[in-house]
Design a protein around this ligand. Structure first.
Ligand code: UD1
Ligand code: MG
Length: 455
């Protein structure tokens, strides 16, 4: 690494090439490796979002395998190129060259299966390359077990070459500074460097890592920038995916706690990468947030809730044991209690559903009360239908609201009703059989039942 303090040239926009054409066979899955979920997002989305954090905004290009349509879709709206055959990391970057035409700022190469690398680390590499006027810069780390990695061979702080483990001499194998895979290469020099790659190595692959020696041979400068191993963990197996999930959850929880979110047992709270929790939200034990959730200030999510794709307002109480499914919007000061499920349902301000209810495709007006056991019967076996309840309505316990149905403002649905017709504002609806009470007849009934049991 150079220490000269020459004035830094103005930052040019970078391009980021994300390699995702590998087979990922060790996952033993029909799902492509980079689409396996991590903190609620497909793995590769973390890499894309981290790349997007670079300033000025970079050009992002994904390299995918032929027929990997779902992987290509995950890159949208960024462009993708297809690497026809997996002939190595250098070959993969070559496939991206047409998409990089005209770009002469730095080109970052990152792997789609290394989602833990943080934007500051990547920025550190780019600015070190700019400062040192290096043709190539590589993020390295001291590995606990260097066996699977390429080794960074430095002389006088200049990176001379990268040697893959299988091709390394015993002396090179003893080097513990390893290649993370993240490289920053001058866009102007990249086509020429890639043209010089050969596959004369143990794997018969075109190694991207060989651009270091090629750049040095052509008289260019190359540097290594050190980072921490924890960020560079690649994911090849289910076990490594689980380890990455644990690491990412740790980061997300720490960030939430630091931002003023209360958690009784952080280790049991599962967040998505995009979970937005305002200050003074408190979260009980064993709560899972799927993607697309925001919770407003002062709200409490009690134990054992599962929330996904939902916007929760301020000073609202959810749970324990509530399930809020995608498309739900819960306003301020709402109470959702135990064993209540919401699906694509809007709960107006200060509305309550405190026990045992299913509210699907529903619109619940402000300050309305939904009694225990209420079901919005939204599915007839073919289509989904809406239930609309006005403000200040009261739905008695154990009512079935057969959608499509509208209950007007201030209406009262008596407990145990099956409601099949709209209820106008201010009306009372009884949707149940009239009770018959026979005075003094209980003894007679018991005698008859006893006699029948003896036969
Ligand atoms: C690579 C580096 C090694 C580094 C290690 C870090 C090379 C030659 N070696 O080795 O120095 O220590 O990563 O984990 O670069 N890919 C393609 N097309 C291909 C081949 C690979 O898109 O033809 C993608 C893979 O999907 C993967 C990434 O490139 O995301 C890395 O490929 P991989 O085969 O895992 O490289 P390693 O042998 O681990
Ligand atoms: Mg690898």
């Amino acid at each position: 690494m150079r220490t000269s303090r020459a004035a830094a040239p103005a930052a040019a926009a970078a391009a980021v090439v994300i390699l995702a054409a590998g087979a990922g066979t060790r996952m033993k899955s029909a799902t492509p490796k980079v689409l396996h979920p991590l903190a609620g997002w497909p793995m590769v989305r973390h890499v894309i979002e981290n790349a997007s954090a670079l300033r000025p905004a970079p050009l992002i290009v994904g390299v995918v395998a032929p027929g990997a349509d779902k992987v290509a879709a995950a890159f949208s709206p960024h462009s993708v190129v297809v690497q026809e055959r997996p002939l190595g990391t250098g070959h993969a970057v070559r496939a991206a060259l047409p998409a990089l035409a005209g770009h002469d700022g730095p080109v970052l190469v990152v792997f789609g299966d290394a989602p833990l690398i943080t934007p500051p680390t990547v920025r550190r590499l780019v600015s070190a390359c700019t400062r040192a006027r290096a043709a190539v810069g590589v993020l390295g780390f001291v590995a606990r077990d260097p066996t699977p990695y390429g080794r960074l061979i430095l002389r006088d702080n200049v990176l001379e070459k990268i040697v893959e483990s299988r091709d390394a001499s015993p002396a090179e194998k003893a080097v513990t500074l390893c290649n993370s895979g993240v490289m920053c290469i001058s866009g102007a020099l990249l086509p020429g460097l890639l043209a010089g790659l050969t596959n004369r190595n143990a794997k018969r692959e075109f190694y991207l890592t060989d651009v270091v020696a090629l750049a040095r041979a052509a008289g260019h400068h190359a540097i290594a920038v050190e980072g921490s191993e924890a960020e560079f963990q690649g994911i090849n197996s289910r076990a490594e995916l689980a380890a990455a999930e644990r690491a990412l959850q740790q980061r997300l929880r720490s960030a939430a706690l630091a931002a003023g979110v209360g958690m009784q047992d952080p280790e049991t709270v599962w967040l998505a990468a995009d979970t937005r929790l305002a200050g003074d939200v408190t979260i009980g034990p064993c709560v899972r947030f799927g993607p697309g959730v925001s919770v407003g200030a002062g709200s409490e999510i009690k134990a054992f809730c599962d929330i996904e794709g939902a916007k929760i307002g301020r000073d609202t109480i959810i749970g324990p044991f509530a399930r809020i499914r995608p498309g739900s919007v819960v306003a301020d000061r709402v109470h959702i209690g135990n064993y209540v499920e919401l699906k694509a349902t809007r709960m107006g301000r200060a509305a309550k559903a405190n026990h045992l209810a299913y509210l699907g495709d529903s619109d619940i007006g402000e300050a309305s009360n939904i009694g225990a056991g209420t079901i919005a019967v939204n599915y007839d076996g073919y289509g989904k239908h809406r239930t609309t309840i006005g403000r200040d309505a009261f739905i008695g316990s154990n009512s079935s609201l057969i959608a499509p149905i509208r209950i007007g403002r201030g209406a009262n649905v008596t407990a145990g009703s099956v409601i099949t017709e709209d209820v106008p504002a201010g009306a009372v609806a009884f949707g149940r059989a009239r009770q018959v009470t026979k005075t003094g007849r209980a003894g007679q009934l018991r005698a008859r039942l006893k006699a029948r049991a003896k036969k």
